[in-house]
Design a protein. Structure first.
Length: 501
């Protein structure tokens, strides 16, 4: 019989603890060693991610230039101390040169354009200078996942608040679910979450983390698309899966991941698509109003954005009426009161749907000669002037700038669009090269993740200005920097520490 003090009873008490350790340990081997090796490069990358994911709620867009400047300074110091030049792939140089030519052709560029086309790509070079070991690269990828995961409880709480406030009309409050990225960033947050999910999938495909953890993390990150009511999340998930599986089959050759795991990724994406739809409809009834919804609208703001007042907009109330508590005027109907309180359409409401924008950008690119078709109208030509209040007053080039592809066609022409497409194709080919030559698990995780991130960036380019929005663009260039380091870095500095998560 077992007593409380008997050796058998003590062993029985230890059994659940041992089982828990066995359940956890295979997924996180090497974490302690990786944490002990945290250095200045990890702090710099964490600072950049923190500045674009958590700081916008406090400082807007003012924090990221400081974080990037610190990263540049650290990379320069590292290069000088080690007496070596940063890795500078000719492809990246050519990519930046195309947009430099567009800037010269257009007569210059403002600060926003300089950041999008030149400063942020330099982040990739700085990161490649810093992450010189496999352990460095593993921690960089882990930071990407960690910062994205940190947004899950924030978006869940914001979605719950929207449902509690608006009930079955919660879709009208879905735009407030942006995590800590700031206003109008719901779709961008979904892209950030799915980029991190790509890293998680790559980790599972390579056997770095166990299936239960991969399913939990990838599922939670994908759920961000439900919380933010991003209808395009369904297409995003399918494209990520197709990219990972397609690259594994076509480019990784005899070294491809296990076929069973690739098939599991495809099956998971097919299962996730209806779940995303059902989850979004359950939280936000009426979120889906058609397959293309407003994407083919001539003007998103409708009649109001075209100057057609239906119902007729009542004259504004006097200051005295407002001071008296906003009492309605005599004979003022409820519709007139709503119309009087509604501000005139501005910004994106004056633009057409995304598909119409892309068609207009393609047509406009060939209307003014070969030079404009080849190299565009100059950086900033697609930026919308906020002073316009009527859709018909917006110049044609400014009607094309709410998507990255439309922006590229207008500002940098077909060469600019081709350079972007070539960058993504180069990343997929780079992933195949890293996969075949990797001697560390961390680099194989990177190789398996890159095709998904490239595919996500491609489809994101017809959804938003994907490489111009801070949170996603800096995350993207950090991953590109890690890839450059894995492919063009110093092979002699491969960490021998355990690389499992």
């Amino acid at each position: 019989m077992l007593t409380a003090d008997s050796p058998d009873a003590a062993a029985a008490r230890r059994m659940p603890q041992a089982a828990a350790r066995r359940w956890l340990a295979p997924s996180f081997d090497g974490v302690r060693d990786a944490v002990r090796r945290v250095g200045a490069s990890d702090v710099a990358i964490a600072l950049v991610l923190f500045s674009v994911i958590w700081m916008p709620a406090v400082a807007g867009g003012k924090a990221w230039p400081v974080a990037v400047a610190c990263t540049f300074a650290l990379a320069a110091w590292r290069a000088v101390r080690e007496r070596r030049l940063p890795p500078m792939p000719l492809f990246v140089v050519a990519f930046v040169a195309v947009y430099a030519a567009a800037a010269i052709h257009g007569g210059g560029a403002d600060g926003s354009d300089l950041a999008a086309y030149f400063v942020r790509p330099l982040v990739a070079i700085a990161v490649a200078t810093l992450v010189t070991t496999a352990g460095d690269r593993l921690r960089a990828l882990a930071l990407v996942v960690a910062f994205a995961v940190s947004q899950i409880p924030v978006t869940a709480a914001q979605a719950a608040d929207a449902v509690a406030t608006y009930g079955r009309g919660a879709v009208s409050g879905a735009d407030t679910v942006t995590g800590t990225l700031g206003a109008s960033q719901a779709g961008v947050l979904t892209l950030v979450a799915l980029a991190a999910a790509s890293v998680v999938v790559g980790s599972w495909v390579t056997g770095t983390i166990r299936g239960r953890w991969a399913a939990l993390l990838a599922g939670a990150l994908t759920a961000v698309g439900v919380f933010t009511a991003t209808r395009a999340a369904i297409a995003f998930v399918i494209v990520v899966a197709v990219s990972v599986v397609g690259a594994g089959v076509l480019f990784f050759g005899s070294h491809r991941p296990a076929a069973v795991r690739l098939l599991a990724v495809a099956a998971a994406a097919l299962a996730a698509a209806p779940l995303l739809y059902l989850g979004t409809v359950a939280l936000y009834p009426g979120a889906f109003v058609g397959a293309w919804s407003s994407q083919t609208e001539i003007v998103l703001g409708g009649a109001e954005a075209q100057g057609i007042r239906q119902p007729l907009r009542a004259p504004p109330r006097s200051e005295r009426e407002r001071a008296l508590g906003g009492r309605p005027r005599q004979n003022e109907t409820p519709a007139e009161r709503v119309a009087a309180a509604t501000p005139p359409p501005r910004g994106v409401e004056l633009l057409p749907g995304r598909m119409v924008q892309l068609k207009e950008a393609a047509k406009l690119s060939t209307d003014d000669g070969f030079a404009v078709a080849a190299i565009g109208r100059g950086l900033g030509a697609a930026a919308l002037d906020p002073s316009y209040t009527l859709a018909q007053d917006v110049p044609l080039p400014q009607r094309t700038g709410s998507t990255w592809i439309g922006k590229l066609l207008t500002e940098s022409g077909w060469l600019g669009a081709a350079a972007f497409a070539a960058l993504l194709a180069w990343l997929v080919l780079l992933s195949a090269r890293v996969w075949r030559t990797a001697t560390a698990t961390a680099d194989r995780v990177l190789a398996a993740s890159l095709p998904g991130i490239a595919g996500l960036t491609a489809i994101g380019s017809v959804f938003t200005t994907v490489l111009d929005v801070r949170a996603f663009s800096l995350l993207f260039w950090i991953v590109v920097g890690v890839a450059i380091a894995a492919a063009h870095g110093l092979p002699a500095r491969v960490s021998t520490a355990p690389q499992r998560w």
